[in-house]
Design a protein around this ligand. Sequence first.
Ligand code: NAI
Ligand code: MG
Length: 357
Amino acid sequence: MKKIAVLPGDGIGPEVMAEAVKVLDAAQKKYGFELAYTWADVGGAGIDNQGKALPEPTVTTCEESDAILFGSVGGPKWEHLPPDEQPERGALLPLRKHFKLHCNLRPAKVFKTLVDACPLRPDIAKDGFDILCVRELTGGIYFGQPKGRHGEGGEETAFDTLVYSRFEIERIARNAFDAAMKRGKKVTSVDKANVLTSMVLWREVVTEVAKEYPEVTLDHIYVDNATMQLVKDPHQFDVLLCGNMFGDIISDECAMLTGSMGLLASASLNAEGFGLYEPAGGSAPDIAGQGVANPIAQILSATMMLRYSLNLGEAADAIEAAIAGVLEAGTHTADIAREASTVVGTAAMGDAIVAEL
Ligand code: NAI
Ligand code: MG
């Protein structure tokens, strides 16, 4: 029995979460595992019901669970609050910090039947692609010390420090290789070792870690070339391993290659493999309450949870295959549909995936 903290949040969060749980329930029956859900308030729901974006009981629930399944938070109702008390800054960032989630996983997958959502030329997109961006989240130039400003006038300077320790690089590299073992067994490490000393260490350490994974192929690529290759031939990549800043940029590029917010899942893991799983998008106030949101990003976040925190890769694969099957059959929510006649709502999409499973 695994314990899951379910934090639906605001806007479309509860709508898409209901579908993810529906699919997880069906997967439990089929694959004979058991999940115990504890639902808890977060974001605007936390503010409204318990006076805080991240109420203490919610943190306790998360601590007592094997994984966190997170919806999305925020909306116009709470925008008047001071920034640190708002749903996103008041809940998501403290959760990441509290659980030391150093590893961000963002898959970008183009389903073969949705290639025209992809902004790339059809001849490039036609075979689909399936990339996992592994981004180091708590180190690198965003956090490196010292940073600051000196002097004035024409002499004024400003600086940041790009620093990575061997420990940090080894840790995130292992995350990437572990992930590759569960996928296409290929890691491409993104760096700038031709000009940055920190990236020379990055390349050395990644090369050393690779020796622990003889089944995985390792390539190195300079970040500028990586951004070009992603639009030229995304099919060549399986796992992309990046430091914090390069990963910030590359993961957004990967995300946009898929074309729809409603398909993008993410995971943030700590050193113990504990993770928070959430769609890349927000609470979509423009469509909330209408039953039209695409639940696939939330369902794919749940499959990442099965794969990376609960070691239930077989069930995760089956759910992903069911999603591909439903999309192939022409069942689409409004965000990915091209003909109005094939459009279904949030719950009908969840039902279709369950039926396919
Ligand atoms: P958003 O991702 O909520 O919406 C952007 C656009 O994508 C909208 O047109 C929306 O309808 C569409 N969209 C997003 N998810 C969709 C889905 N599953 N199906 C169909 N369409 C979908 O980003 P936006 O508008 O910038 O932010 C809205 C609120 O969400 C804000 O309060 C923001 O702070 C919050 N937010 C929360 C995040 C989180 O909880 N991790 C992340 C990003 C934003
Ligand atoms: Mg970004």
